[in-house]
Design a protein around this ligand. Structure first.
Ligand SMILES: [Ca+2]
Length: 264
């Protein structure tokens, strides 16, 4: 019995000292924005505003020489049909189809890595195929070395979380590009690695109203950023987005489960 009291006391102490919390990261529309054309994204300016296009992705791009370091997909940036200057940030993975109505002629596809020095060991490439009516077809090659943007040097916010902890991640706020209210960003781009896949790059766009469970790998970094066409075009950006990383509670529940088990 004495041992049981000791265990209960220890669990309560542990719960008290590891109070769950929420971490935040501001993503500024100017300071944390990356110019995709300036930084060598693969690029076409052949889209016709008002036309519908479908994008698919295939390839063998890798983020390092290690096992399981292949990219699942690519980031895309374009203006969609809702408004002429409304920026759209999307990840399309291999095997998926992404359909949209263009409102501008420019379209960008690229990969990311932590920094420019981390792109040096990348290899392979992705092929982004854009098809549309009538008979439009264009292929962009996204080279894992030359069309990969080093996030650290080019303004992405780097958030550190506790590796292995799970965070319910959401985003709010208003950030605008092109100096126009219809140029608002729908969400924030994320790049990180999962605790169970330490070399596997995860590309994601988290939109307002969505939630992701993020369990970062041991070093805990999560890069957070917005996109614009060029560095020069960012002078009229304004506002910011706020990411919220709310720590989940599975440790607490399992601890109480083991406490109850002693009294069964
Ligand atoms: Ca790399």
């Amino acid at each position: 019995m004495r041992k049981s009291f000791f265990v209960v006391g220890f669990v309560i102490l542990a719960l008290t000292s590891s109070a769950l919390g929420t971490e935040y990261q501001t993503v500024d529309a100017y300071k944390n924005c990356i110019g995709v054309r300036s930084l060598n994204a693969a690029y076409t300016s052949n889209l016709m505003p008002g036309d519908t296009y479908t994008v698919t992705v295939d390839g063998d791009a890798k983020a390092s020489m290690y096992m399981d370091s292949d990219y699942d997909g690519v980031f895309l940036y374009y203006y969609d049909g809702t408004a002429p200057v409304h920026p759209k940030m999307v990840v399309v993975n291999k095997g998926e189809e992404h359909t949209f109505v263009a409102s501008g002629s420019d379209f960008y596809a690229f990969l990311v890595d932590k920094s420019m020095k981390d792109t040096a060991d990348n290899s392979g490439s992705m092929t982004v195929t854009i098809t549309g009516e009538p008979g439009f077809r264009e292929e962009l090659t996204v080279n894992a070395l030359f069309n990969c943007i080093g996030l650290f040097e080019f303004g992405a916010a780097k958030k550190y979380l506790t590796g292995g902890n799970t965070y319910a991640t959401t985003v709010s706020g208003t950030a605008v590009t092109n100096g126009d209210p219809t140029g608002y960003f729908d969400g924030v781009c994320l790049f990180y690695r999962h605790i169970s896949r330490p070399y596997h790059p995860i590309l994601d766009v988290l939109e307002v109203g969505d939630e992701r469970l993020i369990t970062p790998h041991s070093t805990g970094w999560v890069f957070c950023f917005l996109l614009d066409e060029t560095v020069d075009a960012m002078g009229n950006n304004s506002g910011s987005m706020l990411l919220s990383f709310e720590e989940e509670t599975p440790v607490e529940e399992s601890s109480w489960g083991s406490v109850k088990a002693m009294y069964r």
